[in-house]
Design a protein around this ligand. Structure first.
Ligand code: NAD
Length: 259
């Protein structure tokens, strides 16, 4: 049995992971960690302090916030616990803390743990390899009104994918198109646009626009279970992996499967 420590357990994703565990086998939730204000007061099995519960061989699964994510990564490295990290919007120093932890323990990190987005990213690479560089790339993401970071981590991953495919032909990303006489589109620019509202779980569209024709690749997450199942596949992978920084692609390539 894999012993899970859920960090951010009271949040939207934490609850989805809890639900996914209930429908899976091979996992035990050893502890649920959240800020003191959030867990049900006095409920058994909850703590505000991951350091009080995390032990060697455990797998921490975190969807929380950037500072909590970075601190947890350091704790995992100290304790010899694996880490599945889904939080987005880390700053460079926090990012380095996760990378540094991954030199000592196995870490799977991803801005999006859904199988559909893994396939969307592959489809984008295939499309860009087949299209001439003159085709414009615009990425539009929609999320619920409470999302803290913008653009989404997934939109940034798609932007990086497109830039890598375009190589020297790629221009800088353009985050929103501004207002007024913004002028013509710069050559090679990758446009990234964030829409916030309502309860959208996650919607990413990549528009590829040529002369007189365009193509749309789109993924819609309707339920957070799509991410939670991927996080559990990653937890299974982490439990048996050597230290290193891995992605969902690595989990899938290792036959980790995705329910
Ligand atoms: P949320 O606000 O609903 O939940 C976050 C939880 O973390 C809250 O309960 C909060 O109290 C807790 N938390 C914050 N700081 C903490 C700390 N220091 N210690 C313990 N708990 C702490 O947010 P959410 O929608 O569940 O998203 C969380 C993160 O996961 C965001 O960064 C989001 O972008 C990301 N996310 C990633 C994926 C993915 O597939 N990788 C999918 C959805 C969301």
């Amino acid at each position: 049995m894999i012993q899970l420590v859920l960090v951010g357990a009271a949040g939207r994703m934490g609850r989805a992971v809890e639900q996914a565990v209930a429908g899976s086998s091979g996992f035990v939730i050893k502890a649920r960690v959240d800020r003191a204000a959030n867990p049900p007061a006095g409920a058994a099995g909850w703590t505000a302090d991951a350091a009080a519960v995390l032990g060697a061989g455990d797998v921490a699964v975190e969807f929380s916030d950037p500072a909590a994510c970075a601190a947890l990564a350091t704790l995992c490295a100290e304790r010899g616990a694996g880490l599945v990290s889904g939080t987005t919007g880390l700053d460079p120093a926090q990012d380095e803390m996760v990378r540094s932890a991954a030199r000592r323990v196995a870490v799977v990190r991803g801005a999006n743990f859904s199988l559909g987005v893994a396939v969307l990213r592959r489809a984008l690479r295939t499309a860009l390899a087949a299209l001439p560089p003159g085709w414009d790339v615009e990425i539009v993401e929609r999320h619920h009104r409470l999302k803290a970071d913008s653009p989404s981590g997934t939109a940034l991953a798609l932007t990086a994918d497109a830039a890598a495919c375009r190589g020297a032909e790629s221009g800088a990303p353009c985050f929103g198109r501004g207002q007024g006489r913004t002028g013509p589109r710069a050559a090679g620019e990758i446009g990234v646009h964030s829409v916030r509202g309502g309860t959208w779980v996650g919607d990413h569209t990549v528009l590829l626009a040529g002369e007189g024709e365009w193509l749309e690749l789109r993924h819609v997450a309707q339920d957070r279970l799509a991410f939670a199942h991927g996080a559990l596949a990653a937890a299974r992978f982490v439990a048996g992996a050597a230290p290193g920084l891995y992605t969902l692609e690595d989990v899938l390539a290792a036959g980790g499967g995705h329910p």
